[in-house]
Each structure stands twice: as structure tokens, then as C-alpha cells.
Design a protein around this ligand. Structure first.
Ligand code: NZQ
Ligand code: ZN
Length: 385
């Protein structure tokens, strides 16, 4: 196991009725910016609960943060924060709203054009407004991590920044707030969390037994509880397990002391930037072919995954690895996420384009061993056509 430092300071309030905790978490005299999306929180009662918990605090609202939050949608909120002396931000919604709020928190305290800290992946962020969140879509782990992914449609970019300054101070996870999610978004959440585990687990062995077995248990929970919650959206227990699985998939705990990949995400973000494909769908397109392309380097972990997650024990190494990759693709398809570029009306022409974009950004040696070159990215996407 490699050395690591682990610190996750986000306080989690989990369960029914926990939105009321906002009353004690946000300081009484705070001037709060409430950040929200397109309106789902009005339809399911979440907004009313949040407003009640905020009581008589001064609250300014910023609505309209879209899926894959856009730089140009967020800048006006930065302006509001500066002009109105906002000193707390409360994000209420899915990963996009949370990520958008993280950007607002950092940009408000940033000198110069905020796109600069997107381009240095957060390195130049030195301060941010404090952030609390109410998560209504289990998927990204944004509720308990320091990452934020921002799109800028005007220049067809989608970049990630990471800064400890935007780690949420607290997050409310009430599974009941997720009952109104449409099947597409429930599936996206399952598929995203599944891939988050993969990026940290499916590399090569370093004798990290706790991380490995925790990863495998989260994968099994997603495989077991995901279909249950799709079939019965108001099954509280299934949903509670899904919510907690998604948080643990990307709150930093699985990645302690182990090599990490993240190539599927990097390639996937380019597909969203170019074609607007949902984040989880891009992962479902890339992951099976990336595993196929990397089967030599990932062989030991693929065999471990095959046995411990899918119970595959028959056949030689090669056939067990193939069976595990097939199971992975079938799992995405079974929850309704298609796994080919053509399913999204995208042709193999995108392959050299994505490879060139990653190379131009200096990310031309990705994956846990830095052996996924632009040529291999192109081959992976051609195979995914
Ligand atoms: O805008 P509203 O009306 O709220 O509707 C949203 C949105 O249309 C809807 N929704 C959310 N909660 C709902 C609901 N509808 C009904 N009932 C509810 N309870 O769902 C739609 C999609 O929401 P979005 O927030 O975009 O989805 P998700 O949570 O999957 O977030 C995706 C974004 O997160 C980024 C992705 O790249 C993408 O931009 N990621 C962030 C990460 C992080 N911060 O660590 C890591 C991930 O790998 C990922 O890249
Ligand atoms: Zn993701």
C-alpha cells in the first residue's frame, strides 16, 4: 500500500427529515446564496423544507444551473455574491448544482478571470465561501469531495478543478428527496458511482485489502440495490443504500494508498464537451473498451473483480477476464445505459478528435501507468463505435 494522508471534513446528515439540520449548520446571521437547478426541488417539496430550515436568514436565490453546469450560467451568481456580500452558499440539487456552487464559492474570492483556475485544475484557488449542500441525486460524490466539473459550451470545453477550499462543510443526504428522480437519472447515478469505484480499484494490486474489499462491496451493493431502486423508486431502504454507496464511491476513502486510473472520466468528459452526452453514458461507452485495451496491465485486478464481484471462477485467465468485461457492459445495458457511440448517434470520427484534444491539453499519458497515449485513446473510441 502506498503512503497517504486522508482527511474528509464534510459533516454528513443522513436520513429522513434531515434537511431541518440546516437551521443549526448555517450561522444565524449568514447571508446565503441558494443555488438550484431547473426546478425539480420545487416539485418535490425539498425547496419548502430548505426555506423553512433557513428561517429568517437573508437568502438570495440563483436558479437555472443546468446539467453539466455552464461557466456562463454561473458568472452572474459570482457577481451577486460580490455585490450583495453573500457569506454562505447552499447548493440544493444534483451533482451539477453542487459543482456549480463550488465554482461560485471559489470564483467569488478569486482575483482575475475565474477560467484561469479551471485551466490550472484548481491549483490557484486560495480561498472560497463556505458551502453546504442538500443532495437530491446520488451519483457524483460531489457532496463529500473537493472536486467540481464545469462546462463552457461557448468554447466546447469541460474541465475539472479540485480544491480543499470547496469541500462542503456539511451535506444533507435524505434518500426521500431522490424518489422523484426519473429512471434515466437513477441509472446515470448508479453507472457513475460504479465507474468511480473502477477508477480507483481496477488498476493493479498493491496489497490494499481494506480499499479492495470496500470497493468490491460497493460494486456489489450497486449491482444488487440499483435494479431494486429502479423497479421500485420509493423503496426507502434500497435508495438509502444507493445514496450511501454513491457517496463512499468518491469521498476519497477508496483511493487512499492505491494507484488510480481516471482515463475513462477524462475521455468521457471530452465526449460530453463535444456531443452533450450524459456523463454516466460517456463512461458506459468508454469503460468496457478501455478495460479490453488495458487487459494486460489490469489483468490481476480483472481476475479478482471477476471472482469476487461476479463469482466467475471457471475457465482460463483470458476467458475469465473476457467474461468480467462482458458482465460490466451487460450491467450498464441492464440499467438502461447504452454502451456504444452509435447509440448516441456519434460516429468513430470522434476518436481522433478526442485524442487530439487530450494531447493538446497536456494529458497525453493517462491511466494508472501513464500508458494510455493519444493513439490508444483513439483506438479505444474506435472500438467503442
Ligand atoms: O435541474 P433540476 O430541475 O434539479 O433537474 C435535475 C437535472 O435535470 C434532475 N434532478 C436532480 N435531482 C432530482 C432531479 N429530478 C427529479 N428529482 C430529483 N430529486 O436530474 C438532472 C441531472 O442532474 P445533474 O445534477 O446534472 O446530474 P448528476 O448528479 O449526475 O451530475 C452530473 C455532473 O456532475 C459531474 C458530471 O461531469 C456532470 O457535470 N461530475 C462531478 C464529479 C464531482 N464533483 O466529483 C465527479 C463525476 O465524475 C462527474 O464528472
Ligand atoms: Zn463520474
Amino acid at each position: 500500500m502506498d503512503n497517504f494522508t486522508f482527511f474528509n471534513p464534510t459533516k454528513i446528515h443522513f436520513g429522513k427529515g434531515q434537511i431541518s439540520q440546516i437551521a443549526s449548520e448555517v450561522p444565524a446571521g449568514a447571508k446565503v446564496l441558494l443555488v438550484a437547478g431547473g426546478g425539480s426541488i420545487k416539485g418535490n417539496g425539498v425547496y419548502d423544507q430548505v426555506k423553512e430550515a433557513l428561517g429568517d436568514r437573508t437568502v438570495v436565490e440563483h436558479w437555472g444551473v443546468e446539467a453539466n453546469p455552464d461557466y456562463d450560467t454561473l458568472l452572474p451568481a459570482v457577481d451577486i455574491c460580490r455585490r450583495q456580500g453573500i457569506d454562505w452558499v447552499l447548493a440544493v440539487g444534483g451533482g451539477s448544482v453542487l459543482d456549480g456552487a463550488k465554482f461560485i464559492c471559489a470564483a467569488t474570492q478569486y482575483e482575475g478571470e475565474p477560467w484561469a483556475f479551471m485551466q490550472d485544475f484548481g491549483a490557484s484557488v486560495k480561498a472560497a465561501l463556505p458551502l453546504g449542500t442538500v443532495l437530491t441525486l446520488p451519483a457524483t460524490g460531489s457532496e463529500a469531495n473537493p472536486a467540481s466539473v464545469i462546462s463552457r459550451r461557448a468554447i466546447k470545453e469541460k474541465l475539472c478543478f479540485i480544491s480543499p477550499h470547496v469541500q462542503p462543510v456539511f451535506s444533507i443526504l435524505d434518500p426521500e428527496t431522490t424518489f422523484t428522480l426519473p429512471p434515466r437519472q437513477i441509472a446515470n447515478g448508479i453507472g457513475d458511482a460504479f465507474c468511480h469505484v473502477f477508477e480507483q480499484y481496477l488498476t493493479y494490486p498493491v496489497n490494499a485489502a481494506v480499499q479492495d474489499q470496500f470497493s468490491e462491496s460497493i460494486l456489489r451493493v450497486l449491482i444488487e440495490e440499483g435494479p431494486k431502486t429502479l423497479a421500485n423508486p420509493s423503496d426507502y431502504d434500497a435508495r438509502a443504500n444507493l445514496v450511501w454507496a454513491a457517496t463512499n464511491a468518491l469521498n476519497g476513502i477508496l483511493g487512499c494508498g492505491v494507484p488510480q486510473d481516471w482515463a475513462t472520466h477524462m475521455i468521457g468528459h471530452e465526449l460530453t464537451a463535444l456531443h452533450g452526452i450524459d456523463h454516466a453514458c460517456t463512461l458506459a461507452i468508454v469503460l468496457p473498451e478501455l478495460l479490453e485495451a488495458q487487459r494486460a496491465g489490469k489483468g490481476a485486478k480483472l481476475l479478482q473483480y471477476a471472482e469476487r464481484v461476479w463469482g466467475i471462477t471457471e475457465g482460463d485467465d483470458d476467458s475469465r477476464i473476457s467474461a468480467a468485461i462482458t458482465k460490466t457492459r451487460e450491467f450498464y445495458e441492464s440499467i438502461g445505459i447504452r454502451t456504444r457511440l452509435r447509440d448516441y448517434d456519434v460516429t468513430a470520427d470522434v476518436a481522433p478528435q478526442v485524442a487530439a484534444r487530450l494531447a493538446a491539453r497536456g494529458t497525453s499519458a493517462i491511466g494508472e501507468k501513464g500508458d494510455i497515449t493519444p493513439e490508444r485513446v483513439e483506438a479505444i473510441l474506435r472500438a467503442a463505435a
